[in-house]
Design a binder for this molecule. Structure first.
Ligand SMILES: *Cc1c(COP(=O)(O)O)cnc(C)c1O
Length: 414
């Protein structure tokens, strides 16, 4: 039987779920509460029947977006959140308890690193390992280990974790395998293919894609058997065990903690997602061209990009991501090129935090997003003082190369 591809599926997702009046978009539902003609019906929805009660637990608009993310990830179910951080916080705080042990990649998003500090204060034990080397993950596992966490391509060093072997280790040991797929997006990579249990995506980045909405999502791949996971509350041990983890994340993480995605950003993200495949292909093509150009440039000491043959995990990235390498570069400037001087000379590229926007963005990583953690932890994470993080947009390639060249050449001439 013919199955529709990535973009066709997203474009026709709302329509296939019988939208009111034949609209091709699910309409925005800003209603806070949902009323019923029959009180028994209201009670039934509270007791588990599909439906809506109070918008903190979701709306038809977020449900429509969640269906799209599930399709993109080929997952069994998705819960959306107000931001990617809310989604990550929900995973860790609802599934881990005091005394549990988590093994995490040491190369993680700065705010995730900070969140881990909070978890440690609450009594969760965390071991950070170099996840590009799966033997370090295996060696870190203890009797109380419950979960392994990694990103796909790390930011800004672009390290590529040994995702497939870590998946095998987690299956063998019965551990929950959580993968942050933000840098790759489900167009480049589906973590389910390496045995991930839960996939987190920041919808604020490539999926929404236009720098006009924040959101996050947790997708259950259906690969983990939650019946053996001790931390699931009795109330959520109902129905097939493959759904228990996500039910707990939704009840505890969304309903009780309240990091709910509102209807308007959910709608913007859903529209953005329609062109994910087109944008992502251009992000990848521009980033590869820019990485090759900068690697040869006298103003640059080193370029971190998985698409370059010089990248330590180039072959792994090619195998995992179908020879597509994403839109993020780490650029270490040559001695004598001041990072602030360089950034100030850029004309097309914006000096801004954020990534995955249609516009190219750059920032001095050590002095901004990784400032708070201090020099020692930066060194451990491989973040040099002159490192520029570049989120390559979808501008015309020649304009990006020209802009970087004129800024670097200007610095070299002093
Ligand atoms: C941005 C980002 C997040 C957090 O997402 P927000 O939507 O900004 O909260 C988490 N992980 C990675 C890898 C990110 O790049």
């Amino acid at each position: 039987m013919h199955e529709n591809g990535f973009t066709t599926t997203i474009l026709h997702s709302d329509r296939k779920q019988s939208v009111e009046h034949g609209a091709v978009h699910k309409p925005m539902h800003p209603s806070s509460e949902f009323a019923y003609d029959d009180a028994r019906e209201l009670a039934a929805v509270f007791q588990g029947k599909a439906g809506f009660t109070y918008a903190r637990q979701g709306t038809p608009t977020t449900t429509a977006l969640e269906a799209k993310v599930s399709q993109m990830e080929a997952g069994k179910g998705t819960v959306s959140f107000a931001t990617g951080m809310a989604a990550l916080a929900a995973i860790f705080t609802t599934l881990l308890r005091r005394g549990d042990h988590l093994v995490s990649s040491q190369f993680v998003f700065g705010n995730t690193n900070s969140l881990f500090g909070t978890l440690q204060e609450l009594g969760v034990e965390i071991t950070f390992v170099d996840a590009t080397d799966s033997s370090q993950v295996r060696a870190a596992i203890r009797p109380n280990t419950r979960m392994v966490f990694t990103e796909t391509i790390a930011n800004p060093g672009t390290q590529v974790a040994d995702l497939a072997v870590i998946g095998e280790i987690c299956r063998e040991k019965g551990l929950v395998y959580v993968v942050d797929n933000t840098l790759t997006s489900p167009w480049m990579f589906r973590p389910a293919s390496v045995g991930a249990s839960l996939v987190m995506n920041s919808l604020s980045k490539y999926i929404g894609g236009h720098g006009n909405a924040l959101g996050g999502a947790v997708t259950d791949t259906g690969l983990y058997d939650w019946s053996g996971y001790e931390n699931i509350y009795e109330a959520y041990r109902k129905g097939p065990a493959t759904g228990w983890g996500l039910t707990q994340i939704k009840k505890k993480g969304l309903r009780d903690m309240g990091g709910t995605l509102a209807a308007e950003p959910a709608h913007r993200i859903a529209v953005g997602a329609e062109t994910l495949a087109l944008r992502m292909a251009k992000h990848c093509a521009n980033a590869l061209a820019l990485a090759r150009f900068l690697e040869e440039h006298p103003g640059v000491a080193k370029v971190h990009y998985p698409g370059l043959a010089s990248h330590p995990q180039h072959a792994r990235a090619a195998a995992l991501f179908g020879s597509r390498f994403g839109g993020l570069l780490g650029v270490e400037l040559a001695d004598g090129v001041d990072c602030f001087d360089f950034l100030n000379r850029l004309r097309v590229v914006l000096m801004a935090t954020h990534l995955g926007d249609t516009r190219s963005l750059a920032l001095p990583a050590a002095h901004t997003i990784y400032y708070e953690m201090g020099a020692e932890r930066r060194k451990q994470m491989g973040i040099a003082d002159s490192l520029i993080r570049v989120s390559v947009g979808i501008e015309d390639e020649a304009d990006l190369l020209f802009d970087f060249d004129q800024a670097l050449t200007g610095c070299l001439k002093g």
